[in-house]
Design a protein around this ligand. Structure first.
Ligand code: PEP
Ligand code: MN
Length: 337
């Protein structure tokens, strides 16, 4: 960390700041310049709050050299993390395909769709039992009954279940019944929820917030990992921009960036990015080509009557086409699907 001090600072103020910092077992080098003085801090600066340093009137600028995340940082963990989901490796050579309806709508419904996506080549089943809807008047999900429907679909197909947890009071239900706990975009910075899933050892699918930076997202992963759970899978689902022709803007640059900076798997959700089923195949193929470790895609066999997100849901036959094309691209880049 580099702290630039104003030349106008008097010696006693500089000494007081130095004494504050010296309590933290850091190596501190002081450079006296013509216009500014500089402190160079080497060591574990993760717990130093830049903003409170800036509150000191003698401080002109604070710059971090090291990243604020440690556990998610590839520098300290060079090999890729592979998250095991019921024996399915996420983050390995095989690109993992997760598919299913936005919301669980009933036992027969989700069991039928599960059978269809399995046949098309899916490895896991998605389905929301608790839904974070913008309107309180929209379908809110089936709750516990929805979780039971997902379990029935798992019994029928063997597909592990991915479902969104919205509140800590349902954590036990999820630990018992769900294979991957999804933290939705709207909860990416719900720090208590992140800490709670961090105290389990369940795989966590951590979606990027609607308007969050990559660093904020990695710090959210750090929250989970710092509580002891290393099984974090990132999921990009598009961010909010000025563009109106898509529901969100899919940021595929996160794939090489996260691969470089972290060791965790990254999967892509083209459905919530696009908001339109017509775009889902292109975005999916681009994500595979760019090195994604998996795709989570909304599939419904009657999108017109879907309880939520019908417009962005693929019909099973279109999903099967996408899987076939995805396989061809995966082969080109030395992966399987
Ligand atoms: C979902 O997966 O259905 C969902 C609500 O996603 P997001 O949190 O990305 O909006
Ligand atoms: Mn949805």
């Amino acid at each position: 960390m580099i702290i630039t001090l104003k030349k106008t600072a008097d010696a006693s103020e500089v000494k007081a700041l130095l004494e504050d910092l010296e309590g933290r077992s850091l190596q501190i080098t002081q450079i006296v310049g013509e216009n500014y003085d500089v402190f160079g801090l080497v060591g574990d600066t993760a717990s130093i709050d830049e903003r409170s340093l800036l509150a000191n009137p003698i401080v002109y600028n604070v710059q971090r050299v090291a990243q604020p995340y440690k556990l998610a940082n590839r520098m300290f963990h060079p090999e890729d993390t592979i998250v095991d989901v019921c024996g399915i490796p996420v983050g390995g050579r095989k690109i993992v395909m997760i598919a299913g309806p936005c919301a669980v709508e009933g036992k027969e419904n989700v069991c039928r769709i599960a059978g269809e996506v399995l046949e098309a080549g899916a490895d896991m089943l998605r389905g929301g039992a608790y839904k974070p809807r913008t309107s309180p008047y929209a379908f809110q999900g089936m709750g516990t009954e929805g979780i039971e429907c997902l379990k029935a679909a798992k019994d029928k197909t063997g597909l592990p279940i991915v479902s969104e947890l919205m509140s800590i009071d349902k954590l036990d239900e999820f630990v018992e019944n769900v294979d991957v706990i999804q933290i939705g975009a709207r909860n990416m910075q719900n720090f208590d929820l992140l800490k709670a899933v961090g105290r389990t050892n369940k795989p966590v699918l951590l979606k990027r917030g609607l308007a969050n930076t990559i660093e904020e997202w990695i710090m959210a992963a750090e929250y989970i990992m710092s509580e002891g759970n290393p099984n974090v899978i990132f999921c990009e689902r598009g961010i909010r921009t000025f563009e109106k022709y898509t529901r969100n803007t899919l940021d595929l640059s996160v794939i090489p960036i996260l691969k470089e900076r972290t060791h965790l798997p990254i999967i892509i959700d083209p459905s919530h990015a696009a908001g339109d089923y017509r775009l889902v195949e292109s975005l999916s193929l681009a994500a595979i080509a760019a090195g994604a470790d998996g795709l989570i895609i909304e599939v419904h066999d009657d999108p017109i009557h879907a309880a939520s997100d019908g417009a962005q849901s693929l019909k099973p036959d279109k999903y099967a086409d996408l899987v076939a094309k995805g396989r061809a691209i995966a082969k080109v880049i030395g992966r399987t699907l």
